[in-house]
Design a protein around this ligand. Structure first.
Ligand code: SF4
Ligand code: SF4
Ligand code: FES
Length: 347
């Protein structure tokens, strides 16, 4: 079967804008997009530029946008794409500068990975593998073994499976809005170290304190795109949620994001439902300037009937909601939110 491939071309040295070129290729069963690109380069256009290495979904270098979604070209079937979309359109990863055609500049990606300090910060004064910690053998000092696995079997998640392809960053809505956002891959990697029992408590706290700064964990919009596109099921958004939880558990609660989580939980514990009228106050706290900023929006919502009375009563059976919250983990004690006189409703 002969198929058309629409490929975005762009050479910043001679082109003012990216443009599309259509190539035709006789395809056979089992052909991947990367196979097709290699053949097109050999048979039709030797200048066509793209990156690849392993051809086995290991090196992460062939990530690109295929029919509007971020994928590894070496494990994407031409046939399936054609059957699903009726066309084959290939473009570079979004939100990263194009070097040429399908090859993007990954420097910002690597820099963000460096920013999160991608190595283990061991217990106080002890470098991992430091000579002499584990005694001696015939060849000299050996490092003492350290337990790697955490008591929580899912604590590491799948973050070690990341092949640094950048697909999640290209798909990330927050990164699209703010290129400074650390991004799903770097934050997932940061979680890998936070979850490691060998990291010292001080280092873990310092790491979390840095990650809660602007462009960090609280800037994720939880759009879930990083989870959808990741070819290795790393689930970066889940890692970010765990980082947020870890930050709150360590008392890092000054950010708007942390206050939102705590305020949300407190309101649910108190009323059994969200109280939208009180939520902004929970997030803003006693900051009068911020309060004035959101006041016009609040008033408009009030006029449109979008804001319930801040005095509305709790739902029936709110005690059972509190019981669920208390059982959901040791995150935060909500017992103080119980009314002094036990009852099903609360004010
Ligand atoms: S869930 Fe968060 S990190 Fe993942 S793509 Fe969306 S905004 Fe980015
Ligand atoms: S988290 Fe997944 S999508 Fe993101 S860089 Fe790693 S492997 Fe690629
Ligand atoms: S070529 Fe290595 S992941 Fe595709």
């Amino acid at each position: 079967m002969r198929l058309a491939f629409t490929i975005q071309k762009y050479n910043p040295e001679i082109d003012q804008h990216p443009h599309e070129e259509i190539y035709h290729l006789d395809v056979s069963p089992g052909l991947t997009i990367l196979d097709a690109l290699i053949r097109l380069k050999n048979e039709a256009d030797g200048r066509l530029t793209f990156r690849y290495s392993c051809r086995s979904a290991i090196c992460g270098s062939c990530a690109m946008e295929i029919n509007g979604s971020e994928k590894l070209a070496c494990r994407t079937s031409v046939r399936k794409e054609w059957e699903r979309h009726g066309e084959i359109a290939v473009a570079p990863l979004k939100n990263l500068a194009v070097i040429k055609d399908l090859a993007v500049d990954m420097r910002s990606f690597w820099q963000k990975n460096r920013t999160i300090v991608p190595w283990l910060l061991s217990r106080e004064g002890a470098r991992l593998g430091a000579p002499g910690e584990g005694g001696w053998n015939d060849h000299g000092p050996v490092a003492r073994e350290r337990e790697l696995l955490t008591p929580d079997p899912v604590a590491f998640h799948n973050v070690d499976a990341c092949i640094q392809c950048g697909a999640c960053v290209a798909a990330c809505t927050s990164h699209e809005a703010d290129r400074h956002f650390l991004g799903p891959a770097a934050l997932a990697k940061a979680y890998r170290f936070v979850a490691d029992t060998r990291e010292s408590e001080d280092a873990r706290s310092a790491r979390l304190a840095a990650l809660q700064e602007p462009a960090g964990i609280w800037d994720c919009t939880r759009c879930n795109f990083c989870v959808q596109v990741c070819p290795k099921d790393v689930q970066p958004m889940e890692a970010i949620i765990r980082l947020r939880r870890a930050a709150i558990e360590r008392g890092l609660t000054k950010t708007g994001g942390a206050r939102h989580v705590i305020g949300f939980r407190d309101l649910i514990a108190k009323y059994g439902r969200l109280n939208e009228a009180l939520m902004p106050l929970k997030v803003i706290g006693v900051n009068f300037r911020h309060f004035l900023n959101v006041l016009p929006l609040g008033l408009r919502m009030l006029v449109k009937g979008k804001v319930p009375s801040p005095l509305h009563p709790g739902i029936q059976g709110v005690e059972r909601v509190r019981a669920i919250l208390e059982r959901s983990g040791p995150r935060r004690d909500v017992s103080h939110l119980r009314p002094k006189v036990a009852g099903d409703t609360d004010g």
